[in-house]
Each structure stands twice: as structure tokens, then as C-alpha cells.
Design a protein around this ligand. Structure first.
Ligand code: PLP
Length: 367
């Protein structure tokens, strides 16, 4: 199989698997237990917390482990005070859009931030937000479908100067571009492990100094009382190891991904009627979304699958439905244009030969 869907999920790095295995077999103690068998596990979780914290440049207590990016995003929105107004961008992942729409039904005033045709939040939109004075603004660092990167640091600085808190979903940016919590000027940031060669079912919310979290889960008081429930120990250890590797190998990984993406885009441009979406925006080094006029994206995905090639149409997390991508619609595309979308998201194990194979298979399918 040629796997080109790393924004949906990545394989588990062998080194990560080796780090987590002992915590599925030998070290099965409960980290809250007082005896040695539990304390050992607690100390391994502490190390993982430090490794994740180091990847985004914060101190360990600022990391709250969650069940993934979805829970981290829900927890970030749960910081809202009763009836407070807030804003999210129109291109957010469903794990922001859906809880935001739910909060709206509960009496919160919600502003949807528009994007331009390149999928970027504009300075005008930020100026308008400042006039509305929301309590919280959520804007993703990099989009999972188009790969477009937002100028979060500059926008967050302006919003914070007006006492507006900022959350960023950094799930897709992590491990692909440098992500520094402080440099981004944000108050809250969501992370997920299975997008950086860690295990599924684990993520984190990074919390800034003066932010109050309203827990979604109450119980035994784990995670500083902010997220109760016995820790998903092996997955947390895996997240720590994956974060350590991502930090050490970041430059090499992003250069390698960018070289592959450049090759892919060069080859794609020889296909008539093919458009790379948001091509001239600042994008993740691994992501290319394109459409071929009058060719259904989902149909292409199925046909490529029969040739042993895994790619996505629109957002993998939202797949199952055949609605056109809300991200592309927000960028001003018609539903017909949006339905042509195919997403390639490269990973660190992909090769130039795989990219070439993919493009020649694609050409033969559309011929
Ligand atoms: N945010 C973004 C931008 C994503 O792409 C995803 C998953 O694709 C998530 C959040 C959800 O993360 P998780 O799968 O860990 O719940």
C-alpha cells in the first residue's frame, strides 16, 4: 500500500512502540497507587509530560493529558463563562465547530470568523472581532484539509491586547512545523498524539498561566483535578516518546516532507484542469489538496484504493458523509468545485518513488 493520508493518522513509530510496550505488560500499576509499582508509572507519566511540554516550549504542569485532540478542543471551549460570547473560524475541525454550535444553543453568542479564498483569516476579520469583544477566540494553527497556516502569533497579540483569550488547535501543525506556545501568544492549545507517530486516543490541552479550566470529567482528580479518569498510561508514554522524536527530528522531517511535496506538486501540474487549492498560501510541508475539474473526489479516492493507494477526499475525520468540505465552501468554492477535492498528506516514511507512482496511477485513472 502507498499510504498518503497522514493528516488522518500516522503509523506508530517503532521506537514509540518499544517505549510503550512495557507499560502494557510489565508496568501495569495504577499511577495513583502509593506503592512502588504505581509510583514507577507515575514517574514515567511525569517524564512524558516533560517531553510533550518541551516540544511546545512550556513547563510540564501546563500539559493536561486528554483522550485526544477532540477532547482537548472541547475542554478549551469549556473555559467560557456562562453566556459569554466567543468566536471560532469557519474552517475549524468539527471538534471545534460542533461544540461551538452546541454552546450557541445554550445561550452563548457565537461569531463565525470568515476566511478569504486562500483559506486565511484576514486582518479585517480580526479588527471586527476586537469590536465584538468575545471572551475567547479559537483559530487553528494549520488546517487539516488544505494545510493552510494562519498568522496566529500576530492575531493573538492583537486580541490579547484587548483582553480576549485565544485558543489554537495545533493538532496538524505539531511535528511538521515549529510550534511554540509562547511565541504564538496563545492561552490554550490542543495537541494530538496519533498525528505525530504516537498512539491513538491520547492528546493534550496546553493551558496558559491565567486561564481557568472547567473540567468536563469529574471524579478521582487526576490531571490536577482538571481531567479525572485513570490515565491511558501506555498511550501517554507513547505521546511523550513521539514528542521527543518530533522535537529532535523536526528540521529533518519538515525538509524531507517539503522536498516530497515540491516533487508532488511539480508532477501534478502536468495534469490538465487540475488546481491545487490555496497553492500560494503558507501551508504545511506535507499537505496538498487539489481538484480536477468535473472529476468527483470521492470516486477518485475509491479508484485509487483499488490500486493500493490511500488518500482522502476532504477531511478524513469527517469522512463517511458526502457533504462538500465546509473548509472549501468557506473559501468561496461552489459545492461542485468542493466535491472534486482530493487530499494528499505525506509522512516521513514516504518516498519519491511512491509520489511518482501515485501521480502516474492518477493520470491513468483519469485518462
Ligand atoms: N483537530 C484537527 C485539526 C484534526 O485534524 C483532528 C483530527 O483529524 C482533531 C482535531 C481531532 O483529533 P483526535 O483525532 O485526536 O481527536
Amino acid at each position: 500500500m502507498i499510504y498518503l493520508d497522514h493528516n488522518a493518522t500516522t503509523s506508530l513509530d517503532e521506537r514509540v512502540l518499544a517505549a510503550m510496550l512495557p507499560f502494557l505488560k510489565t508496568y501495569y500499576g495504577n499511577p495513583s497507587s502509593l506503592y512502588r509499582h504505581g509510583r514507577l508509572v507515575r514517574s514515567a507519566i511525569d517524564t512524558a509530560r516533560e517531553q510533550v511540554a518541551a516540544l511546545v516550549g512550556v513547563s510540564a504542569p501546563q500539559i493536561i493529558f486528554t483522550s485526544g485532540g477532540t477532547e482537548a478542543n472541547n475542554l478549551a471551549l469549556a473555559t467560557l463563562s456562562p453566556n459569554a460570547n466567543f468566536a471560532v473560524s469557519a474552517i475549524e475541525h468539527p471538534s471545534i465547530i460542533e461544540p461551538a454550535l452546541h454552546l450557541k444553543t445554550q445561550g452563548h453568542d457565537l461569531t463565525m470568523i470568515a476566511v478569504d479564498s486562500n483559506g486565511r483569516i484576514t486582518q479585517d476579520a480580526i479588527n471586527q472581532l476586537i469590536d465584538c469583544q468575545p471572551q475567547l477566540v479559537s483559530m487553528m494553527l494549520a488546517n487539516n484539509e488544505t494545510g493552510v497556516i494562519q498568522p496566529i502569533a500576530s492575531y493573538a497579540e492583537q486580541l490579547k491586547a484587548h483582553d480576549i483569550s485565544v485558543h489554537t488547535d495545533a493538532v496538524q501543525a505539531l511535528g511538521k512545523i515549529p510550534v511554540s506556545f509562547d511565541a504564538l501568544n496563545v492561552d490554550l492549545m490542543s495537541l494530538s498524539s496519533h498525528k505525530i507517530y504516537g498512539a491513538k486516543g491520547c492528546g493534550a490541552l496546553v493551558v496558559g498561566k491565567n486561564i481557568t479550566i472547567n473540567p468536563l470529567l469529574r471524579g478521582g482528580g487526576q490531571e490536577q483535578n482538571l481531567r479525572s479518569g485513570t490515565e491511558n498510561v501506555a498511550a501517554i508514554i507513547a505521546f511523550g516518546k513521539a514528542a521527543e522524536l518530533a522535537k529532535n527530528e523536526l528540521t529533518e522531517r519538515s525538509e524531507q516532507l517539503l522536498a516530497l511535496r515540491t516533487l508532488l506538486e511539480q508532477q501534478l501540474t502536468s495534469i490538465p484542469q487540475l488546481t491545487i487549492f490555496a497553492q500560494h498560501a503558507d501551508r504545511l510541508p506535507n499537505t496538498v489538496m487539489f481538484g480536477i475539474e468535473n472529476v468527483d473526489g470521492e470516486m477518485l479516492v475509491m479508484q485509487l484504493d483499488t490500486k493500493g493507494i490511500a488518500v482522502a477526499s476532504g477531511s478524513a475525520c469527517a469522512s463517511g458523509g458526502s457533504q462538500p468540505s465546509h473548509v472549501l465552501l468557506a473559501m468561496g468554492m461552489t459545492p461542485e468545485q468542493a466535491k472534486t477535492a482530493v487530499r494528499i498528506s505525506l509522512g516521513i516514511a514516504n518516498t519519491a518513488a511512491e509520489v511518482t507512482d501515485f501521480v502516474s496511477t492518477l493520470k491513468s485513472l483519469i485518462a
